[in-house]
Each structure stands twice: as C-alpha cells, then as structure tokens.
Design a protein around this ligand. Sequence first.
Ligand code: NA7
Length: 536
Amino acid sequence: MTETKGQMSATDFDAVVVGGGFAGLYSLHKLRGQGLKVRVYEAGDGVGGTWFWNRYPGARVDIQSLEYSYQFDEDLQQQWEWSERYAPQSELLTYANHVADRFNLRPDIQLNTRVTGATYDEAADLWQVSTSQGDKVTARWLVMATGCLSSTNTPDFPGLADFKGRTFHTGAWPKEPVDFSGRRVGVIGTGSSAIQSIPLIAQQATHLTVFQRTANYSVPAHNGPIPEDVVRDVKGRYADFRAANNATSLGADWDYRADLAMEHTEAEREAEYEMRWQRGGLSFYGSYVDLLSDPVANNTAAEFVRRKIRQIVKDPAVAERLCPTTPLACKRICVDTGYYDTYNRSNVTLVDVKAAPITAITPTGLRTADADYELDDIVLATGFDAMTGTLTRMDIRGVGGVTLKDTWAEGPKNYLGLSVVGFPNLFIIAGPGSPSVLTNMLPSIEQHVNWIGDTISYLRGHGLKRIEATAPAQEAWVSHVNETAAPTILPTCNSWYLGANIPGKPRVFMPYLGFAPYVAKCEEVVANGYEGFALA
Ligand code: NA7
C-alpha cells in the first residue's frame, strides 16, 4: 500500500482506468502527468481498444484521420503521418501503440486483465477494484474508459453453437488474417462493419450471402492518400482547425451549411448532395442544417441516396431491397468503398431477413422462415450492446451496495454523461448522456479526459476526496438529453443509439446531441463551482 499524495487514505492507486483504448491511453498520460499513481487495466493483450478488436477486412475509421487523432500534443499531431484519408484499422492500431511508446505508458498498463467489479468503500471514499487476474486494488478515482462499442452482440440464434463451419464476429476478429477463398460465406447484418467488410469478403469467397434485416444508408469514402497540400494546410493551422471543428454541433469538419433544405429548389439540393457524394464521407451530414430535424428535408437527402443505389445496382429487385426506408442518419450513415456495386457480382446474394427472419443456424448453414442456406463460414456483423453494455456487465457497486446495472435498469441516468448519483468518484468517458458517438470520438474523448483530469486536480488541490452528481442535476440532465433528441429524426428508428438492437434493453436515446453546447455546459459547471455536483 502506498500513501496517496495529498490525500488522507492509503490506496494502491490514485486512479484506476478501465480500458486501454484511445480514452484509456490519454487518461493515463493526463492523470500521470498530474502526479497521480495510475493503473490501466485492459482486457486485450494489446492497447488500442476498438482498433485492437475490430480487425475485420476493410475496417477503417469513418472520420478523416487528420481529425480522428489526438490533439493534446502538438509534436505528435505534427509528426504523425497518415497514409490515407480514412486510416485502416492496422494503421490506427500502430498509432495507438506509437502513443503508448512515445509517452512511455506501458509500465502502467496491465494487459490481459478484465476489470470484473468495483465496490465503493463509503467509509474510506475509495473504489475497491477486482480483476479477472485476481487483482484487488483500491483507488480514489475510477475512470471508465470502456468504449461505446466494446461489448459484442451475438443474437441468440438457436443452433449457433453446433455450426460445423467457422464463425466470426466483426467486433472480435482473430489476429491472424482470415482466408475466405473457396468458401461459402454468410454475413449477418448490414451495419457499418458489414458494409466495410462485404466488398472484400466477396472478392475472396466462392459465394457470399448477405442476410439483411434493415437496409442502411452508405456514402462513398473515396478513400486514398491525403494530398500533400491538404496535409500542409491542416498542419499549418492545426489548433484553429481543431477549434473550428469543436465549435460545431457534431464536432467534425463536415462543411456545414446553415441553410434549410426546403428553402432551395430541387435542382439546387440535387447539386449540393451530388457535390458531397462526389467528395465522399460523412460531410453528407452537413448538406443542410435541417436534415436531422425536418423529416421532409431529410427525405430529400434520403431519396438522393436511394436514387444512387438504383443507379449503381443493376438488378432492380436487389436495388429496391437495398434502399433504406428509415430516415437518413437516424442510424449513423456508413462510409463505404464499393459496397453497393458488390451486389452486381454474380457470387453475391442479398437475402431479406425482415421478410423471412432467421430461425436457426443449422450444422451446415442458416435457416430462415422460408429457406435453407448452406454455408462454410458465418460472419456475425451484428453489432454491440452499445454505450451501456460494457458498464452494466461489470459488477459495479456504489453507495449502499447498489449495482450500476440495477440503477440503469430503465436506461442510463447520469449527469453530463460523466457522473452517476450513488457512484461517487466514478467518471465515465464518452458514455451515454454525452455527445460521444454522435461526434468525432477523439476530440470527445480528449474533452472528457481533460475535464476529469482538471476536476481531480481541483479536488486534490482543495483537499476534497469525493465528488458525486446530485439527484436534481442528474434528473435535469437526463430530461435535457431526451428533450434535445426528441424533436429530431434520431429516435425514430431501431438504432443502437436507443438500445433497440438488444432484445429487452430499455428504449432510451442515449447520446447527447450537440458537441459545442455540451462543451460549453461542462465549462459553465466548473465556472459555477461544480454546479450539480456534491463535493466532500
Ligand atoms: P450495427 O450498426 O449495430 O449493425 C448490426 C447489424 O446487424 C444491423 O444491420 C442489424 O440489423 C443486424 N442484426 C443484429 N441482430 C440481428 C438479428 N438477430 N438478425 C438479423 N440481423 C441482425 O453494428 P456495426 O458493427 O456494423 O457498426 C457499429 C458502429 O461502428 C457503426 O454505427 C459505426 O459507428 C461504427 P438491424 O439494423 O438491427 O435491423
């Protein structure tokens, strides 16, 4: 046991950070830089989080790499060179490892160790943390850097365990490359992971059958090397570039137009959408300011994408099946390379499993309500128990031994996404109630880590050893998160933003819409002496 600097109680660590992805790495760097003794526990045998686990073919970031990168260190952001506009998984993993080495983070990271539980010791104001390796340690501060999409969702298909072929989940892909040559492959799901992997799997497989429940919107990435002049321009004004992006509602460089779609003629709208389609990527969101709020405006963009699908996909029946019927962007738009065109290949079949649902996995394939499909490999691109899954699967017990799982039985409740009533000194990075998945994750993570670090510094500086959200502040924040999303199209389809992809999960819109106002609110809370928090 070591005496904690500036504190009354003896603890093993000042802070335990759960997770060694981008949030965990920066948390360690930040808190250690403040003089804290920190331990990171990471379940994987390497750092990198999302980019450690999601190694499926075609996995790459859907935000431009010049943005999806750390900004806390000027030398790092100036010296690191991205090979492509949207970095592939392997490069993001190399980047995470580079950061771990560059800032000498590894000595304080324990790999192959999953945090299984944490109990708050009210008498000592400490967290007692237990791990899969049998560690039992105490820490004043518990930082959940557990990621938003880190607990995979494997639907409960009868017979899955008895399938004789190979089964993969995109979110827990093997480290060794998987060869699909000569194999009949089935991909279940058509979310982002499926949309990125399907074109590459189709190039290898003898036959690929895609089982689609809900068609998704995808825009082309037009990926490639980043032109030198773009790199020079951005790096020449990196701080300003980041600040301008952070001042937007979604926290990314999506070339937002302030105009309303319906104030323009059809031809003008068509030209705007076409320009953005040709440019590629998620700047499609920025076309008009009312795409998320006005269903009529939204449908003009949705129709544009549907027209594109009908132009690309030669078989009209397949094209129709691929045309989404939900509002555009009520699920995150996907960014692809050759996705729709893949359905023009003779070795690819699209099966509608909304019309005829999957009833079982057989030893040799997959059965739907109206047919049997013989398969050698099944790829589950079935997503995640998003935002809350990893947190509620851990045995986290706060004041009075109450579990976080029970506390959130009707949906996640917290203040600013950061702090939960009844769970003092526990901070959540980019969790529910924060902008997180509606933004560029890296700046969102950094903003949270900076806030948490500054808060801990304030508390230590004032001899305080406990911080907890107050019930009225939490209640008001939860209402605000819901009221902000309610008038938009965001809660209108069965997305993982709502937990709707997990049977039995309460239907609550989890992320907070509005990066810039969120940051302002966090700053205001501090300026008002940690308004909405009880400090002791
Ligand atoms: P997603 O986006 O949650 O996609 C999962 C897909 O799996 C989606 O098409 C689901 O259909 C489908 N799914 C899930 N369960 C079933 C069952 N039981 N039967 C048939 N189909 C099913 O996960 P991803 O990994 O692709 O992407 C996650 C995020 O990563 C993405 O949003 C980006 O931000 C990056 P559904 O739509 O639920 O009908």
